[in-house]
Design a protein around this ligand. Structure first.
Ligand code: 5AD
Length: 351
């Protein structure tokens, strides 16, 4: 195992360098590529400390409604890309979307994420009506529907949308172009700027372990997140989907994800960082580890059950999919472990 000659308090060193405005690229690269457990744990505990001071111990639970798996794009890693003929496609009606959001709000979920493939069936006006209706439930509304013209972002913002999620996936332009035939990183970043200018709280992020992605790329990803001053950072492993051109590529490393999440917390102390559902789709559920090392948000799918498996962006999603009535039970142990609170059984034993 290598710790890349890091000082024992490398995380503190990084924090000081960030505070002093010193260039941190070489240090980030060393912290990212060290593969010893001690440096990972030190990084995570530094990130955990900052998370506690900035966004606090409350885990934010956000409900995602994946309302359509139709997509006009051909992202070569994604199971719902338009060339996947094996996937049955679905769309939820505005009524179903509203009723789903209402049930979640009744459960106490105060942020609803409306997510879909890039599906032109939902016109700007149709989506604006959905946003307006969901907003009346008194929740925060996040949109995650891909790239659209700026006038549409503006219309939805007026309709009450508060936040927008649009991952840039990778900060290297050639890799972006290879993964997204016909689309450019420049356009993606322009969309992020347009959204920020409209007053959205903008979320973005990357996949870890994309084919051809290097450690310096990940450092650039982190620096881009910092440069854009993103409000929310989605960082998760690439997971090969068998019905895509990348079906035989190995999955991204979970420990690298944990390092990137911790470094992201050091670079953007006040950001919201989800323990992404993709972290739960591997052999073990890595979300508690993410929540103990910088992350502070849990995203829970509240898509009606019969459609959940069809939102197949990556395989083995079922591992991350609790039924709505299991929501509380699913979230509670994760929240407790992250906050290091005793479980109800431990509490019983102690009393
Ligand atoms: N593995 C991991 N994440 C994926 N996404 C799409 N396909 C995959 C995959 N195979 C993520 C991307 C995208 C979001 C909708 O899902 O980051 O932005």
């Amino acid at each position: 195992m290598m710790n890349n000659g890091l000082p024992l308090d490398a995380s503190a060193w990084l924090q000081e360098a960030i505070a002093a405005g010193v260039p941190v690229r070489p240090l980030l690269l060393r912290l990212l590529t060290a593969d010893d457990t001690e440096s990972l744990l030190a990084l995570q505990s530094a990130a955990d400390r900052i998370r506690r001071q900035t966004v606090g111990d409350q885990i934010q639970v956000r409900g995602i409604i994946e309302f359509s798996n139709h997509c006009r794009r051909n992202c070569i890693y994604c199971g719902i890309n338009c060339h996947n003929q094996r996937l049955p496609r679905y769309r939820l009606t505005p009524e179903t979307i509203f009723e789903t959001a209402e049930a979640a709000a009744d459960l106490g979920i105060d942020t609803i994420i409306l997510q879909s493939g890039e599906d032109p069936y939902y016109t700007a006006d149709l989506l604006a009506g959905i946003v307006r209706a969901v907003k009346q439930l008194g929740v925060a509304v996040t949109l995650s529907v891909g790239e659209r013209p700026p006038n549409e972002y503006a219309l939805w913002r007026k309709a009450g949308a508060d936040r927008y999620l649009l991952k840039f996936e990778t900060s290297r332009p050639e890799l972006y172009a290879r993964l997204h035939p016909g689309f450019t990183l420049a356009q993606r970043l322009l969309s992020l700027d347009q959204l920020a200018a409209l007053g959205y709280q903008v979320g973005s992020g990357t996949m870890i372990g994309l084919p051809g992605q290097t450690a310096p790329d990940l450092v650039d990803d982190l620096l881009l997140m910092q440069h854009k001053q993103l409000a929310m950072l989605g960082i998760g492993p690439f997971l090969p989907h068998p019905d895509t051109p990348l079906g035989n590529v190995p999955a991204g490393s979970i420990t690298t994800c944990l390092r990137v999440i911790a470094l992201a917390r050091l670079l953007l102390p006040t950001a919201h960082i989800p323990a992404t559902t993709a972290l739960a789709a591997g052999a073990g559920d890595a979300r508690p580890a993410a929540l103990a090392g910088g992350a502070n948000v849990l995203m829970v799918t509240i898509t009606p059950r019969e459609y959940q498996q069809l939102y197949a962006i990556y395989p083995n999603r079922q591992r991350a999919l609790p039924a709505p009535q299991e929501l509380r039970q699913a979230v509670e142990p994760l929240a407790r472990r992250a906050a290091r609170l005793p479980t109800s059984e431990e509490e019983r034993r102690e009393s």
